[in-house]
Design a protein. Structure first.
Length: 192
């Protein structure tokens, strides 16, 4: 059965929040699978995405132009803020009508926009877990719905520089490894 976007985002948040809580200050400068981001910059980016996609669920405008500095501005509280904002994200997408019609400046179907943030929340949680030596296992229901959605979005995402070129994986690759490879990530990436 198809889950609502609020349910999917809630499940993804349950897996992502412990990863961000598990990032020590000493690891903030470490590299991530996203070559353009270290751990600090990727945590900032993910928090910005979570906040902005709350606005999109509510049919408000979002500002992706500002360079986020959540970690440096609140060194003791950014992890708790991430937990609060992901809960608010799931709540915003669970609101009646959030998945209907179009949203965002591109006028995309609302559920497609929801899958965009679900992809970021899931894949960037893996990026941060891998970069900081933590385990990460996404909710299977999330991957079951995310995989076909990201497959459909991949050509546009690559054209816009959001996804890298796909990485080849073996026939025995897990569904999540296939999602990672689709976005241009090597599922075997390690920080050291």
């Amino acid at each position: 059965m198809t889950k609502t976007m609020g349910e999917l985002l809630g499940a993804a948040a349950e897996q992502a929040v412990p990863v961000l809580r598990g990032i020590s200050d000493e690891r903030l400068g470490d590299p991530t699978p996203c070559a353009e981001y270290d751990v600090r910059a990727l945590a900032d980016h993910l928090l910005q995405v979570v906040i902005n996609f709350q606005a999109l669920a509510e049919r408000k405008s979002a500002d992706f132009g500002a360079v986020p500095r959540f970690v440096d501005e609140d060194p003791a509280g950014w992890r708790d803020r991430f937990a609060r904002e992901t809960a608010a994200l799931a709540e915003a997408w669970a609101a009646p009508g959030a998945e209907e019609g179009t949203t965002g400046e591109l006028g995309l179907p609302a559920r497609t926009v929801g899958f965009m943030v679900l992809g970021d929340l899931t894949v960037h949680a893996w990026d941060l877990a891998r970069a900081t030596g933590q385990d990460f296992t996404p909710d299977p229901a999330v991957i079951g719905e995310l995989a076909p959605a990201l497959t459909a979005m991949a050509p546009m995402a690559r054209e816009n520089g959001v996804f890298g070129q796909p990485v080849a994986v073996g026939d025995d690759a897990s569904a999540f490894d296939r999602v990672l490879a689709l976005t241009g990530r090597d599922p075997s990436w390690r920080s050291h």
